[in-house]
Design a protein around this ligand. Structure first.
Ligand SMILES: [Ca+2]
Length: 140
């Protein structure tokens, strides 16, 4: 796929294909990491107990209702995932998940443009050993 960058900084186009996690607008607790097996050669790895990733102004979401997370990591790493709209107090969803996987997270009907914050929190001290990273996100 040829990716044509039609949007500027802090703007994403969800209907053109997956959004690379390393193209995030802002991150806290995550670090960009080079990885040959990752989509486009990079992912973002969680370096602390908890981290957030901000993707503002995601366009092209009309008719979509789910976020798909392409995670990388240990199969037994458990974590809490929450997805929020930027500026909102309460998350749209909060789930306990386990393992690196492709997770499809139902969010309910999305507006044409959304600004989302993804929060990942490790399950506990035992989960510190496992690596946990996000390669890319997409919407369905
Ligand atoms: Ca990637």
């Amino acid at each position: 796929m040829i990716r044509i960058d039609l949007v500027g900084v802090a703007e994403y186009q969800a209907d053109l294909g997956p959004i690379e996690a390393q193209e995030l607008f802002a991150a806290d607790g995550f670090a960009k990491r080079q990885r040959d097996s990752a989509s486009n050669g990079f992912d973002v790895a969680l370096k602390q107990q908890e981290g957030t990733l901000t993707f503002p102004n995601i366009h092209g979401l009309g008719g979509m209702d789910s976020l798909v997370l392409h995670m990388v990591g240990e199969s037994d790493a458990s974590f809490e995932l929450s997805v929020s709209r930027r500026g909102a107090d309460a998350p749209i969803v909060k789930h306990r998940l386990k393992g690196a996987n492709r997770w499809r997270i139902p969010l309910g009907p999305l507006g044409r443009t959304e600004s989302l914050i993804i929060t990942v929190k490790r399950g506990g001290p035992a989960d510190w050993k496992g690596e946990l990273a996000l390669d890319r996100i997409s919407f369905e």
